[in-house]
Design a protein around this ligand. Structure first.
Ligand SMILES: Cc1ncc(COP(=O)(O)O)c(C=O)c1O
Length: 345
């Protein structure tokens, strides 16, 4: 992904929600990332504490207590930006930052098809941009979008089209804002499916992929292979109640259900056996999950046997764990602390 950013001459600002691990964020920066993206103030605080000093919170930060924390964070690091999509957030941010020596950077959140946050039209963006420019304590840096609807695209071609259309909407919006005298430095885009499958259009300045760092069974559906999935949960066979049923000590508290509604990332079941990826967990409970040994198979699964499970959704799975063990050639080479575990406030 870094190579892709380099080739397109855009900045790479990976979303750390996937690993929540400062050591991995530092590796991403060492490989060329300009800074990091986070979703939560809590993640930003931990990352800042660990020395990551260029952070974009790609989310709306709301509430007096959070704004005080944001102010403290801004004083501590070299570069900080937050997302906005409504004048009320802008007014509140300005209230908190107007007496600060250095203005806070804000990025306008744009919806390009994934119905979550974000302004919908150029007119809305312009109105919000003008509001930001009038407000003391703030500086507009640019616009950003997350084309998360690429996950549910019915085909790879449609995912590519979603990516292209989303980027073009952003580029047009940036041009509208610039022609109205607004300084737009950054046009920031990205989701892993569209960045793995599609190109980066001219006019984009920054990409923010997250899941690419690990990949998972959802992504493997369109990649056509499980071999690029880096994350696995080490499970133990704890029961063999019938000749075919194999019960493991993982569940929705350790693996998550991670079921996509449809489209190119829709994986069957709740996770795959890394060594036999045609076998997936078809039942999941809080503390248990199971699969049936396929008919005609001579695979053996004994009580106590360890199995690596590739989760459906890597980003949610990470948050269950305090540490990640880095494995190479079957040996633990390093252990990283998932220091942002639970830091969702
Ligand atoms: C605002 C924002 N940017 C970037 C990303 C990264 O997307 P992905 O994990 O598909 O690369 C996300 C994911 O949820 C997001 O919400």
């Amino acid at each position: 992904m870094q190579e892709k950013a380099n080739l397109a001459r855009v900045k790479m600002r990976p979303h750390i929600k996937t690993h929540r691990t400062p050591a991995i964020a530092k590796l991403q920066v060492a490989m060329g990332a300009k800074g990091i993206t986070v979703a939560k103030l809590g993640e930003a605080e931990v990352m800042a504490w660990e020395g990551l000093d260029d952070i974009f919170i790609a989310n709306e930060i709301v509430g007096a207590v959070k704004l005080e924390r944001l102010k403290a964070l801004k004083r501590r690091i070299r570069s900080l930006a937050v997302g906005v999509d409504h004048p009320e957030q802008v007014i509140a941010l300005s209230g908190a930052f107007s007496a600060e020596p250095v203005p806070l950077d804000v990025m306008i959140d744009v919806e390009t098809g994934s119905p979550r946050t974000g302004v919908l039209s150029g007119e809305q963006a312009l109105e919000l941009a003008r509001c930001i420019c009038r407000m003391p304590g703030l500086r507009i840096r640019g616009i950003f979008t997350h084309d998360g609807h690429s996950y549910g695209a019915a085909s790879i071609e449609i995912a590519r089209r979603i990516s292209r259309e989303s980027q073009n909407k952003m580029i047009e919006m940036a041009s509208l804002l610039r022609s109205s005298g607004i300084n737009i430095e950054e046009v920031s885009i990205g989701s892993t499916p569209s960045l793995l499958l599609g190109g980066i259009e001219r006019g984009v300045t920054e990409i923010r992929p997250g899941n690419y760092a690990f990949l998972d069974t959802n992504m493997a559906q369109f990649l056509g292979t499980y071999s690029r999935c880096a994350q696995a949960v080490l499970a133990t066979v704890i029961s063999r109640p019938t000749p075919v049923r194999v019960v493991l000590d993982v569940g929705t508290k350790t693996l998550n259900e991670g079921v996509q509604k449809g489209g190119i990332t829709r994986a069957e079941g709740h996770g795959r056996l890394k060594e036999q990826p045609d076998i997936f967990l078809d039942k999941i409970y809080e503390e248990h999950a199971s699969f049936d040994i396929p008919e005609g198979s001579d695979l053996q699964f004994g009580i106590g046997q360890k199995l690596e499970i590739i989760p459906n959704h890597a980003c949610q799975t990470t948050n269950f764990y305090e540490v990640i063990n880095g494995i190479r050639n079957g040996r633990v080479e390093t252990t990283w602390s998932v220091s942002c575990q639970g830091k969702s406030q």
